[in-house]
Design a protein around this ligand. Structure first.
Ligand code: COA
Ligand code: AMP
Length: 624
């Protein structure tokens, strides 16, 4: 599908942004077609993202400035890396990957906890033009196997374990299990050993990170085209098959660089703390690439907002590293508020360096918004974005043109995102009218040009619904002042503690239990995690049901296949599911009824008494 071309003004604007980074060969045009047949930003530009994140700072005399503060309350470890030290490690890992046969365009999977080696691995791939795909450590072997089969990496980089509050999660056996399940078998596994855990190594396949680094040389960066992929990041869609979002080098570098100043009001040398995980897009963009490309210091935090060791964890980090901007999911502040509603922990720390709290990943409820703003006494900026875009679609642009904030709104579209609200037929809606949020094509730099090896899925998932527009999958509206309000997903995607998951995939897993005839998994409101899944199931006729056993089996299956983060804990047993006459399960209506929102029952409902029965069963179960 052809992507229309932007107005001349916006092209000039992005070309002026392109002038602010170092290219190996400057682009002569802003936007155009490349060898892969797709339109890309800065099509004839040549650059290297690891050069931008590291070498350029060292070359300009900033080698002794801190690139990373690593702080791990769960292992009681702290470390810092200057730009020169980080560059040296990245050069050595790049050398290692190159000597193991990884070349430009090859995929490398990174399955690691929040340790510096995860960032080193990502930047090492970028250095040689290899395409990394980081898989979040909370995903179970099945999910990892699906990703291995889709991106077919030559190498997987992992660590012996991660630490979750008090328990150890042994990553290596999880990876071994995934490689047993996957059809594609990577040639090598590089393992970063962590203390006090013996790991079984497979001779000939598994290699030790420290030994490889000791004998490695320093690898110079490989110039790549602006359109060449930097990474693939899988995200949940509406089915069990995750979507491999592709990020290209040139557009990404510009978007990262621009956003640091325009949205986050950062200056080079200041400290940015994104309390996310490198396995998510927030981690890619704002733990790794944007702070480093912009010459800031990034905080790599291996811990939680609470219980590591207490609700003052973030305040300690802010004080210790003089953080200017904190970025996290609203769920983190809901958890802090639950444990320390009066903010007693805050009194123990000096957080005067903090200038902003940015929230994203899920809806920020007004109570949490007000609480955080009063407590921290800094602007709280709710901004809206997706894995697909890689940076904010709508935000209060604190470094460009800050606007008065409105609780519940992500403020206004960011420069380059032409956001519209359309009804089902594609008519543009007026201010105040709720509909599907779309972005007029072409998308700005940094957004996905395609899905990995699946351009037709890219077109059918995002572009074909409304020709000329990208479908975000979120519903919302503009108010009379042009502020954008996000109402939630219009598809089967939910957000559990800021983790994007597919209820469609959960239904597929529930169906694997031999007693289940059919099910509806919906995301319902949760005080801390924002949403949690609830399974409403119908068992097959003629079988003896032990609800406790089925509930525990379903909980177990979801943990085994997706991971503990999915947090499916509640199963409601019913005789029938409410449907329309054409057989469509009324998931949205049920969700709204359970969450106490306004709802309308479709006129096409088959038998309204079924809906009443199901709601009664849900009420009884949830009240228990
Ligand atoms: N590796 C392995 N397992 C993981 C994991 C990881 N990286 N992250 C989470 N899990 C596991 C947890 O151990 C837990 O397992 P359990 O059910 O056996 O105890 C399960 O997944 C759920 O974890 P979590 O979602 O973290 O819930 P919690 O109740 O332990 O903690 C919060 C609640 C709010 C503190 C936590 O969800 C949190 O820190 N949220 C912020 C998330 C975030 O930053 N998201 C970024 C998106 S931008
Ligand atoms: P992810 O791709 O994991 O970043 O998830 C993207 C989805 O999270 C979006 O499509 C929204 O549904 C939701 N989301 C992200 N930021 C916000 C926000 N500020 N307000 C409401 N929902 C959000």
């Amino acid at each position: 599908m052809e992507q229309p071309v932007h107005s001349e003004d916006i092209m000039k604007f992005w070309m002026s942004q392109a002038d602010r980074i170092s290219w190996q060969k400057k682009p002569s045009v802003a936007y155009g077609q490349c060898e892969d047949g797709l339109n890309h930003w800065f099509p004839d530009g040549i650059l290297n993202t690891s050069y931008l994140a590291l070498d350029q700072h060292v070359e300009s005399g900033k080698g002794e400035e801190i690139a990373i503060y690593y702080d791990s309350p769960v292992t009681k470890t702290k470390a810092k890396f200057t730009y020169s030290e980080l560059l040296d490690s990245v050069e050595k890992m790049a050398f290692t990957l190159d000597s193991l046969g990884v070349k430009k365009g090859d995929a490398v999977v990174i399955y690691m906890p929040m340790i510096p080696e995860a960032l080193i691995s990502m930047l090492a791939c970028a250095r040689i033009g290899a395409v990394h795909s980081v898989v979040f450590g909370g995903f179970a072997p099945h999910e990892l196997a699906v990703r291995l089969d889709d991106c077919r990496p030559k190498i997987v980089i992992t660590a012996s374990y991660g630490v979750e509050i008090t328990k150890i999660i042994p990553y290596k056996p999880l990876l071994d299990e995934a490689m047993h399940l996957s059809k594609h078998k990577p040639t090598y596994v590089i393992l970063k050993s962590r203390p006090n855990l013996e790991v079984i190594m497979h001779t000939g396949r598994d290699l030790n990170w420290d030994e490889l680094m000791e004998s490695a040389g320093n690898k110079k960066f490989v110039p790549v085209s602006s359109a060449d992929p930097l990474y693939i990041l899988y995200t949940s869609g509406t089915t069990g098959k995750p979507k491999g979002v592709v990020r290209d080098n040139g557009g990404h570098a510009i978007a990262m660089h621009y956003s640091m100043k325009a949205i986050y009001d950062m200056k080079p040398g200041e400290v940015f703390f994104a309390a996310s995980d490198v396995g998510w897009v927030v981690g890619h963009s704002y733990i790794v690439y944007a702070p480093l490309i912009y010459g800031c210091t990034t905080v790599l935090y291996e811990g939680k907002p609470v219980r590591t060791p207490d609700a003052g964890a973030f305040y300690r980090i802010i004080e210790e590293y003089k953080v200017k901007t904190l970025f996290c999911a609203p769920t983190a502040f809901r958890a802090i508020r639950k444990e320390d509603p009066e903010g007693k922990e805050l009194a123990k720390y000096n957080i005067s360096s903090l200038k902003y709290l940015f929230l994203a990943g899920e809806r920020t409820d007004p109570v949490t918004y007000d609480w955080a703003r009063e407590l921290l006494n800094v602007p709280v900026v709710d901004h809206w974005w997706q894995t697909e875009t890689g940076w904010a679609i709508a935000a209060n642009m604190m470094g460009d043109l800050p606007l008065p904030a409105k609780a519940g709104s992500a403020t206004k579209p960011v420069k380059g995102f032409d956001v519209r609200i359309l009804d089902e037929e594609g008519h543009e809606l007026k201010q105040g009218e709720k509909g599907n949020i779309v972005i007029k094509l072409p998308l700005p730099p940094g957004c996905l040009p395609t899905l990995w090896n699946d351009h037709s899925n890219f077109e059918s998932s995002y572009l074909s619904h409304y020709p000329g527009y990208y479908l975000t999958g979120d519903g919302g509206y503009f108010d009379d002042d042009g502020y954008l309000f996000i109402l939630g997903r219009i598809d089967d995607v939910i957000n559990v503690a800021g983790h994007r998951l597919s209820t469609g995939e959960m239904e597929e897993i529930v169906a694997e239990n031999p007693s289940i005839a059919e099910s509806a998994v919906i995301g319902i409101d949760d005080e801390i995690k924002g949403q949690v899944p609830l399974a409403i199931v119908v068992c097959k006729d003629g079988i003896v049901i032990d609800p406790k056993a089925i509930e525990s089996d379903l909980t177990h299956r979801i943990r085994e296949k997706i991971g503990a983060i999915a947090s499916l804990k509640t199963v409601v047993f019913v005789k029938r599911l409410p449907k329309t006459r054409s057989g469509k399960i009324l998931r949205k209506t049920m969700r709204k009824m359970i969450d106490g929102e306004n709802y309308s029952i479709p006129s096409t409902i088959d038998d309204p008494s079924i809906l009443d029965e199901v709601m009664e069963a849900v009420r009884l179960k949830i009240q228990k």
